[in-house]
Design a binder for this molecule. Structure first.
Ligand code: N01
Length: 530
């Protein structure tokens, strides 16, 4: 049977773009399908005001091309969404990617043909193509979660979701705005919305920890230095659990005298960003250590927020770093402004959305515009939106009834020739996504080349290898405080979703080592067919 393509790639974000490039270099015929009108994935859709990456721009970038790394000029410590999107477009142009990407086309179905050892991929535009392999590059946070609050359709004004923001932008000048959610997207967008709006009401179910970004324009001397030493910096980053080049203090918080501990927290706070959680090595392992960091942040909230009762309501109660730490610019100070109000909806869910606003705690709130900063059906949502059928016509949804099961977060037993970039069971969202994406893309491209070089037509993970990996992912999660709260890491934000800690928390270096060992041992845990 002659197939239309060697590989179909689903998604043209950073994962899909590099996958296309890498496979092309190896001489494979590739078709990419992308729902959006352009490349960029997350950075194409998340255009809410204030959107920027919480990993520093010189690190949140591709490293596969030294030339690209040298020629691209980041302008700020933390790049804005428009700048990252420009970068994605630059990459697409530079490597001539667009000619193999079909835009505005959503893949709806992928079915494995056991006789042909191939996939048939169908789209909402009527495509029906065959390919030996399918690679999903769907992103971990790309299926927006619209909460099932009664009456959502009744609201008379416009409703915006941060994860699917209008491309033309939104002008809130003179408007009253209701915002549901206080996660990263809300924490970035609320200060920006408050600059324009005449009144903002924030509905908070769970207060969140955030550290200051201290964003600034990049100093040209610093950029020159980074560029001169890029390989060394990338190497250092790969040796840390989150794949980010920052100093991890290996001391225990509890074993460190109080004054020294405060100094370490303060230094990290003054520097800004996610490195705060690397102040001590046991913040996510030991409750008491964690509390020292949490209390440090609580004190910062009290310093900034003038009304003590409001400061208390803004202070998170759970383990710091259990939910993804946020990085902000002026979030708490925004609540000192008289036109910004915080409504606690932690005790009772929002009752309903009404034509004029919403009803919560027995009270009606009115506003002109509603912003849903309510996050995503993370890690599995985008995959399960596609009707993926493996052996015996079994759906992925059926396979994952009790939670996602993968081998290395890359493949699944019963779904031969299918790969997932940064899938559940890989470090993905617990790391800097760009190096994680590159590591997956390179592993997958090598694997596909290996299958070809052996004259085989099928590769499949064994159930035993998958079970062992799923067990290891679960064990690793159980050893930290990260699975102790209701986060999207465990699917707690989606009613009915199985509660399973989805990403691999063992750290980037251990994960890379494991992937490399699998290859060295002749693709251990996989079988080939001809
Ligand atoms: O989503 P979230 P997000 N009633 O799930 C609340 C990445 N990211 O888009 O915590 C009331 O974190 C929900 O409440 P609760 C980053 O990895 C990165 O902000 O479930 N409230 C929560 O407050 C991040 O972690 C960047 O109790 C409801 C909020 O909505 C991930 O994306 C920027 C509700 C959702 O927060 C997701 O962040 C932005 C309901 N029915 C995002 N339903 C950077 O790089 C939900 N909520 C900086």
């Amino acid at each position: 049977m002659s197939l239309d393509f060697d590989v179909v790639v689903i998604g043209a974000g950073f994962g899909g773009m590099y996958m296309l490039h890498r496979l092309r270099l190896k001489g494979f015929k590739v078709q990419v399908f992308e729902t959006g009108k352009g490349v960029g994935g997350t950075w194409y859709w998340n255009r809410y005001p204030g959107a920027r990456c919480d990993v520093e721009s010189v690190q949140y970038s591709y490293q596969f091309s030294p030339e690209l790394q040298q020629e691209w000029e980041w302008t700020e410590r933390y790049a804005t969404q428009p700048e990252i999107l420009r970068y994605a477009n630059h990459v697409a142009d530079r490597f001539d990617l667009r000619r193999d990407i079909k835009f505005e086309t959503r893949v709806t179905k992928a079915t494995f043909d056991e006789g042909a050892h191939a996939w048939t991929v169908e789209t909402d535009k009527g495509d029906r193509v065959t390919a030996r392999f399918v690679v999903t590059a769907l992103g971990c946070l790309s299926s927006p979660n619209t909460p099932r609050i009664p009456g959502l359709a009744d609201f008379k004004g416009p409703t915006y979701h941060t994860g699917n923001w209008p491309h033309e932008g939104v002008d809130f000048t003179g408007k009253t705005v209701g915002v549901i959610g206080t996660g990263s997207s809300a924490i970035q967008s609320i200060p920006m919305i408050a600059r324009q709006a005449s009144h903002v009401t924030v509905f908070q179910r769970t207060a969140n920890y955030t550290v200051p970004a201290h964003n600034k324009p990049l100093d040209p001397d610093h950029v020159r230095e980074v560029k001169a030493n890029y390989p060394a910096m990338r190497k250092r980053a790969k040796a840390t659990p989150p794949g980010i080049d920052f100093k991890i203090n290996m001391a225990s918080a509890m074993a460190t005298p109080e004054a020294e501990r405060q100094r370490e927290f303060q230094e990290r706070w003054d520097y800004g960003g996610l490195g705060f959680m690397a102040s001590f090595s046991d913040l996510l392992l030991n409750d008491e250590s964690n509390k020292t960091a949490a209390e440090f942040v609580h004190a910062k909230i009290r310093e900034v927020v003038k009304d003590p009762e409001l400061a208390d309501r803004l202070s998170p109660r759970n383990v710091i770093g259990c939910k993804r730490l946020c990085v902000d610019t002026g979030y708490w100070a925004t609540f000192n402004q008289p036109h910004v109000a915080l409504v606690d909806v932690s005790d009772q869910p929002i009752e309903r959305i009404t034509a004029e606003g919403l009803r919560a705690n027995g009270k009606d709130y009115t506003f002109d515009c509603l912003v849903l900063a309510t996050g995503f059906d993370a890690m599995t949502g985008a995959l399960l939106r596609i009707d993926i059928r493996g052996r015996d016509g079994r759906s992925l949804e059926e396979k994952w009834t009790e939670g996602p099961k993968t081998y290395l977060g890359l493949t699944m037993a019963g779904f031969p020739n299918l790969f997932t970039i940064t899938g559940p069971g890989s470090p993905s969202v617990l790391t800097n996504m760009l190096p994680s994406i590159e590591q997956h893309v390179e592993w997958i491209a090598d694997c596909i080349e290996y299958v070809r070089s052996r004259g085989a037509t099928l590769i499949e993970a064994s159930r035993d290898a998958e079970e062992a990996w799923v067990g290891h992912v679960g064990e690793a999660a159980g050893a930290t405080l990260r699975s102790s709260c209701s986060s999207w890491y465990i699917g707690a934000n989606i009613p009915g979703k199985p509660r399973v800690f989805m990403p691999y928390i063992g750290g980037f270096p251990a994960y890379i080592e494991r992937c490399e060992a699998v290859v060295k041992n002749g693709y251990e845990g996989f079988s080939l067919s001809f």
